[in-house]
Design a protein around this ligand. Structure first.
Ligand SMILES: C[S@@+](CC[C@H](N)C(=O)[O-])C[C@H]1O[C@@H](n2cnc3c(N)ncnc32)[C@H](O)[C@@H]1O
Length: 282
């Protein structure tokens, strides 16, 4: 392409190439790459006659080459919008999902009813998206985010700096070997896919979200069994635990485990489709 390439023509060509691949929602993903690279709005892509220079084309080509390999856009642009903020999500990090915003809403509702200073723990924090979204709203409380992955902790700390939040401490620990005092609220979005579910995932997930973030390499219930059985040693009086549930038949297994193992009260919070997506134990 020469230096008078029109953005509209460039996009057309890339969409033609993407049509021949397994990349899903290629138009939406292409728009996201272009918006990020050229710092323009979605409307500008179609309404303005934007000319691309050589540098623009080189930058866009690198991004589209990754997209054609089914790399998630959030890893290509190293950014994911979650709840009310943008989070740094480089390759190797678990990409925050919109579904998890329900867990943030649950935690915010719970904390809104409390007057005293509380301790809040986010287990399996990943990019820190859950704990940072909550902590931003409750600067008076103390928050801890824990993850076993060194990369996750580095990324979460970078997100904390970017968002200028100073009431969260991130620790590299294994949740099955926790060395911390009880908390008033625990939130967790654990790896909840069964080992055999991994094979059927789209390659944009299977080859890019870290395996440690997706599955317990068993039946998907390991983290739930642990958290439900350890409620009393983790949570202070009048406290609560909110855990995200999978959008899969494993959710029913977790509900049965909860009936069997849980000696406390529990309730389920539903998503917009009416599916149980968060369990509250209190
Ligand atoms: C599903 S991701 C959730 C990340 C983030 N909370 C979110 O919702 O986007 C699960 C996270 O759990 C972490 N993890 C897996 N096993 C762990 C363990 N035993 N102890 C601590 N963290 C663990 C992974 O590194 C990953 O970051």
């Amino acid at each position: 392409m020469n230096k008078t390439t029109l953005l509209r023509d460039y996009l057309h060509l890339q969409l033609f190439k993407l049509k021949k691949t397994s990349v899903q929602e290629s138009k939406q993903k292409s728009e996201m790459l272009i918006q990020h690279c050229l710092k323009i709005s979605k409307a500008d892509i179609y309404l303005k006659d934007i000319l691309l220079d050589k540098q623009n084309i080189d930058d866009l080509n690198i991004m589209f080459d990754s997209l054609i390999m089914n790399t998630p856009v959030q890893h290509i642009i190293e950014e994911t919008f979650f709840y009310e903020n943008s989070f740094f999500t480089p390759p190797g990090t678990f990409i925050p999902r919109t579904d998890t915003e329900l867990l943030v809403d649950c935690a915010i509702d719970f904390l809104s009813t409390k007057k005293t200073k509380l301790r809040i723990l986010d287990l399996c924090t990943g990019s820190g998206c859950i704990v940072l979204s909550i902590a931003k709203k409750f600067p008076q409380n103390d928050f801890i985010g824990i993850d076993k992955s060194s990369l996750a902790i580095k990324v979460a700390e970078k997100n904390q700096k970017l968002l200028k939040i100073d009431n969260v401490k991130f620790l590299k620990e294994d949740i099955f070997n926790l060395k911390i005092n009880k908390v008033d609220l625990l939130v967790c979005n654990p790896p909840y896919l069964a080992k055999e579910e991994i094979e059927s995932l789209d390659s944009s997930v299977k080859n890019h979200d870290p395996e440690i973030a997706l599955t317990d390499l068993k039946d998907g219930t390991t983290y739930y069994k642990f958290l439900i059985s350890n409620f009393k040693s983790l949570i202070n009086k009048n406290g609560a635990m909110f855990i995200e549930l999978p959008y899969s038949p494993v959710a029913k297994d977790i509900e049965s485990i909860n009936k069997k193992l849980n000696s406390n009260k529990s309730t389920y919070l539903k998503d917009l489709e009416g599916k149980n997506r968060v369990i509250k134990i209190y």
